[in-house]
Design a protein around this ligand. Structure first.
Ligand code: F6P
Length: 327
């Protein structure tokens, strides 16, 4: 370890993700190991500007590894997007003698952290936490695995009704502008089709695909719809398809925020522990503006600016495979 840091702050920002608490536990306990004081900021960047800092002890993070959400609360802050807001935050942190930060969040969180570092020099290590799994520089984000499991469980249940009634179900999942959650859910639940933001699709294509599965005597169908797909919301897609192919009894299910909550999976707890603990070691090693991620199961650092600017590509081979398997 090249440098001794005496006091850091940690916060969660943006949408909550299952595993954030497990990650906070790892941060606080690793700080205790290296004799670093750690302060939790309540409510993300909003709390940073308002000076809502609380000292965290190892006992404060007991019994939280299994809990969804974030005990530090989270928010999306408009105020931090202004120069004045960031100046206020820098003054607050200086007053509390904070020498480094660990930021748990996604794209918006890291965009803010990167600008803040460049303006005020505060060392910051980001830990990817988002069910969207859309951050460049890490194979997986904390929360993604749990969200896939939740969505798959929901689709399994919908399948019972789809099969019993011979229905065509459009199931909308989250993911903002990326289709990782939809694609993984589609494969793991054996869905017939998946609509993604990354793959241009027309209503003619979809109609043709459905007619093809109809020819193979598929009496029911499950279509996973990523919320950011190129055709629109599941409800509108279902209406259009109903008007084109009358034979199907069509229904729509939007899984929504069910995907964001709940106890983190074993994988997410493990990932959260690794990345949280490593974030502290990264700060001690002198990293000042990076995201700590996982690449082929090894820890990898990516400059925050690169993590937010680059598009994480979906694996189109997986999509091809999904189409083969859905026969
Ligand atoms: O980024 C996580 C996410 O759940 C996206 O998948 C979704 O588009 C968005 O957040 C929903 O945000 P909110 O909880 O603010 O409605």
């Amino acid at each position: 370890m090249s440098q001794k840091i005496k006091r850091i702050a940690v916060f969660t920002s943006g949408g909550d993700a299952p595993g954030m608490n497990a990650c906070l536990r790892a941060v606080v306990r690793t700080c205790a190991y290296y004799e670093i004081e750690v302060y939790g900021i309540i409510g993300g960047y909003e709390g940073m500007m308002d000076g809502a800092l609380v000292k965290l002890e190892t006992s404060d993070v007991g019994n939280i590894i299994q809990r969804g959400g974030t005990f530090l609360k989270t928010a999306r802050s408009e105020r931090f997007m202004t120069e004045a807001g960031r100046k206020t935050a820098a003054q607050t942190l200086k007053k509390s003698k904070i020498e480094g930060m660990v930021a748990l969040g996604g794209n918006g969180t890291f965009t803010g952290a990167d600008i803040f570092h460049r303006e005020h020099g505060m060392p910051v290590v980001g830990v990817p936490c988002t069910i969207d799994n859309d951050l460049y520089g890490t194979d997986y984000s904390i929360g993604f695995d749990t969200a896939v499991n939740t969505a798959v469980e929901a689709v399994d249940k919908i399948r019972d009704t789809a099969e019993s009634h011979d229905r065509l179900f459009f199931v909308e999942v989250m993911g903002r502008n990326s289709g990782f959650l939809a694609l993984h859910t589609a494969i793991a639940s054996g869905a017939t089709h998946v609509l993604l933001p990354e793959k241009e699709m027309t209503f003619d294509d979809l109609e043709a695909a459905l007619k093809k599965s109809g020819k193979r005597k598929k009496l029911f169908s499950l279509i996973i719809v990523a919320e950011g797909n190129t055709l629109g919301k599941a409800e509108a897609i279902a209406e259009e398809i109903k008007s084109r192919i009358g034979i199907y009894d069509t229904r729509v299910a939007v899984i929504g925020h069910l995907q964001r909550g709940g106890a983190p999976s074993g994988y997410d707890r493990l990932l959260a522990s690794r990345l949280g603990s490593n974030a502290i070691e990264a700060l001690l090693d002198g990293h000042k503006n990076v995201m700590v991620g996982i690449d082929n199961n090894l820890i990898k650092y990516t400059p925050l600016g690169i993590a937010v600017k680059n598009q994480k590509e979906i694996n189109l081979d997986l999509l091809r495979m999904a189409e083969i398997l859905a026969m």
